[in-house]
Design a protein around this ligand. Structure first.
Ligand SMILES: Cc1cc2nc3c(=O)[nH]c(=O)nc-3n(C[C@H](O)[C@H](O)[C@H](O)COP(=O)(O)OP(=O)(O)OC[C@H]3O[C@@H](n4cnc5c(N)ncnc54)[C@H](O)[C@@H]3O)c2cc1C
Ligand SMILES: C[S@@+](CC[C@H](N)C(=O)[O-])C[C@H]1O[C@@H](n2cnc3c(N)ncnc32)[C@H](O)[C@@H]1O
Length: 675
């Protein structure tokens, strides 16, 4: 599915100073106060805060995020409640998100004015669950985390990951049918139905049953017939309740469907009650998986075969983090854009705090035709804080290198030291790292998994195992190892890569100010050296540095910067060799492994869809991160943890299909069906 271009909101103020959308001819909230309205209609209308009390997780779905005021009221109420749920997941859809500047302008008017936080005349009295004095600070934190306005699902985390906000930018009906979550409470908040029919369309209501937990509730300030009928026709028991301020009534509803559709095999593989996990492999994948699982409340042991973390592909001194431009905006481009934005959000604080070496101040990907690049940016409405098209002059100014030509600039991208990132992530995650623990095989005992050494002695046991051990994952999971005659195996290849570290003394001035990339890359390092890379050779197990590969990397340097180096220096150059592990579609393998041997029988056409592929209980993977693991690991870890814990998925279901560790089984079933 193609990403819809995003048109940001146009926000004015009406005569009473209430934010107003001229395009819809309606206001964003009641004139009696946004926070008081949110508390009355959405929190109390859904039985909050009482309903989240004592629960490990609570999921709220909102249609129409707008200015984020209902989110802020909910977050404040959660913070104030000593009996709050451990984790709050708030998922919201918004077709016209405000720019960060507009959000600041409107928040200043709505939240920072004296008296703005209290309910105005006509608002019901009562003890407020919303810590309204704190809302302006929460609003500032929301704005600081505000993502580029791309039509993706953006994941923002607050309060040490205990509050997760998933923001889907685009049309509600289009997003809701591609989301995977089970909402405990639903806030229905478009503009008034007579001004905003598509927000209250049957397509929106029809999507709700699949997104509702068994005891879900919904609330809205509207009592329009379309709203009540829409809810009633899709399994909700609808009632009227006293409305907010001047509104006599509002609508509250409880999910009470006649039939509950069975969960498909992929969702059945979730283990929401799991207490502990073994992660095999302490590279970028293992660290990201461990961190995300610990944040979901699991106890995690990471078993690493080497004597330290990040001794495999993740051990280079630097690598790039960046998005990707492609004409078709297919799964590959969408995954890497979403992954880059997530990685940047996760990595930036550690870099700013000086805990991980790196710099996220822009990457230039060289290109040819700036007019065509600008047409593509305009056509897709890509925001300037995600990507820009620079002409040769602007690219030269940004990079300090005259010869670069036109370039895509990813302003939030940059470079990071992946090994330091792995060590730091593991150190702060709360996971236990055990090195020199090579897992030779896995055993199942009842509902538990045991990871054993080569003598069959247990290293550790847990409710689930995550294979984050690169290409070795296929060996530990025989059901996915491609065996002659067995369809549906993973198609993993290993490619050797060598990088070259050119010391400052050999760098012919001027060194680029920013990393440059195109069929290779140059990264300016803090000590004045350049990291140049990287070669790619398949079926190549040579661990020693090769002069020919240094020559290749220096040719990349010459091509990207115009700077040449005498070939006589090659033998003494430093560098590093590693092995990437990738699939034939260049997307990672994420999630529950397909079950048992070959389960493909004639007539099982449902298997052609990844979600129907049966899974091995408790066995998961995050691997095959290819040449973009620094970019992909963070999002991969989050998808994996959401899958395991049954929390809202941070990507849409089309993207999940594209990275699903069971997709090769589904592909084989499709081929089988055709044959
Ligand atoms: C030369 C080169 C340049 C690159 N440049 C970039 C770049 O610029 N940007 C980018 O995003 N990505 C880049 N990458 C890709 C990125 O480095 C990889 O995608 C990423 O490191 C893969 O991480 P991983 O955790 O899956 O694998 P690894 O880092 O290889 O980790 C797997 C770990 O599992 C352990 N293990 C294996 N088997 C077992 C077992 N049985 N028991 C216990 N432990 C086991 C291994 O010891 C290892 O530590 C580059 C890769 C290379 C090689
Ligand atoms: C009343 S405002 C929501 C206010 C918001 N809940 C808050 O707390 O600030 C309604 C929002 O719905 C959004 N909207 C309208 N049509 C939409 C659609 N089809 N899909 C998603 N969002 C839509 C509008 O852009 C607007 O921001």
């Amino acid at each position: 599915m193609k990403t819809a271009p995003i048109t940001p909101a146009t926000i004015a103020f009406d005569a009473e100073g209430v934010p107003h959308a001229p395009a819809f001819g309606d206001r964003y909230h009641s004139r009696a106060g946004a926070l008081a309205q949110a508390e009355h209609v959405f929190l109390r209308g859904n039985g909050l805060p009482q309903r989240w009390r004592g629960r490990p997780r609570f999921v709220i779905l909102e249609t129409g995020f707008g200015l984020g005021l209902s989110f802020l009221a909910t977050w404040a109420a959660w913070q104030r409640d000593p009996a709050r749920c451990d984790r709050l997941h708030y998922v919201a859809v918004e077709k016209h998100p405000p720019t960060r500047a507009d959000l600041a302008r409107v928040h200043a008017a709505v939240l920072d004015e004296p008296g703005a936080l209290g309910a105005a005349d006509g608002a019901p009295a009562g003890v407020s669950a919303v810590a309204s004095a704190e809302v302006p600070q929460l609003a500032a934190r929301l704005r600081a985390a505000w993502p580029p306005l791309t039509g993706d699902l953006h994941r923002l985390a607050f309060d040490h990951g205990r509050v997760e906000l998933l923001l889907a930018f685009g049309d509600a009906a289009a997003w809701l049918r591609r989301m995977q979550l089970q909402a405990d409470a639903i806030y229905l908040d478009g503009f008034a139905p007579e001004h905003n029919a598509e927000m209250w369309s049957d397509a929106v209501f029809a999507a709700l049953p699949a997104l509702s937990a068994p005891d879900a509730t919904a609330a809205t300030w509207s009592v329009a017939r379309t709203v009540r009928d829409g809810l009633a026709q899709h399994g909700f028991a609808v009632e009227r309740a006293p409305g907010f301020a001047a509104k006599r009534e509002m609508t509250v509803a409880r999910f009470a469907p006649r039939h509950r559709p069975a969960l498909h095999a992929r969702r059945q593989s979730a283990l929401p009650a799991a207490r502990d996990a073994i992660v095999i492999g302490a590279g970028l994948a293992g660290a990201a998986a461990a961190q995300a699982l610990v944040e979901q409340g699991l106890a995690v042991v990471v078993l690493e075969g080497g004597t330290a973390a990040a001794t495999g592909a993740s051990g280079n001194a630097a690598g790039l983090v960046r998005g990707l431009m492609s004409r078709d905006d297919g799964a590959h481009a969408r995954w890497h854009r979403a992954a880059a934005l997530e990685a940047q959000r996760q990595i930036a604080p550690s870099i700013s705090a000086g805990l991980v070496p790196g710099r996220l101040e822009g990457v230039l990907h060289l290109a040819d035709d700036v007019a065509e690049m600008r047409r593509r940016i305009a056509g897709a409405a890509w925001p300037a804080d995600y990507v820009q098209a620079l002409d040769a002059e602007a690219a030269a100014a940004a990079s300090g290198v005259k010869v670069v030509g036109a370039a895509w600039c990813f302003p939030g991208g940059g470079w990071v030291d992946p090994a330091a990132l792995v060590r730091h992530t593991l150190a702060v995650s709360g996971a236990e790292l055990r090195t020199a623990c090579r897992v030779a095989r896995l055993q199942r005992r009842g509902a538990r998994w045991i990871a054993c050494d080569e003598h069959g002695r247990p290293w550790a046991e847990a409710d689930l195992v995550v294979l984050a051990n690169a290409a070795d994952a296929a060996r530990l999971a025989p059901a996915v190892e491609p065996v002659a005659g067995q369809a549906g195996g993973w198609k993993i290849a290993r490619s050797r890569g060598q990088v070259t570290r050119l010391p400052a003394s050999l760098v012919a001035a001027p060194a680029p100010l920013l990393p440059l990339a195109r069929n290779g890359y140059i990264i300016p390092m803090p000590d004045g050296s350049l990291l140049c890379g990287a070669t790619q050779t398949v079926d190549d197990d040579e661990p020693a540095l090769r002069e020919a590969d240094h020559a290749h990397n220096l040719a990349v340097l010459a091509r990207l910067t115009g700077s040449a180096l005498s070939p006589t220096a090659l033998g003494s150059l430093a560098g590093r060799v590693g092995w990437r592990c990738h699939t034939d579609d260049r997307l990672p393998l994420v999630g529950a492994l397909p079950a048992g041997a070959d389960t493909i029988d004639a007539g099982v056409s449902r298997l052609a869809q990844p979600r129907h592929v049966p899974r091995e209980p408790g066995l998961f993977a995050l691997t095959a991160l290819g040449s973009r693991g620094i970019t992909s690991a963070a999002l991969g870890g989050r998808v994996l943890a959401a899958w395991i814990c049954g929390t809202p998925l941070p990507v849409d279901t089309d993207l999940l299909d594209a990275v699903d560790a069971g997709r090769y089984r589904a592909r084989a079933a499709r081929v089988h069906g055709r044959g």
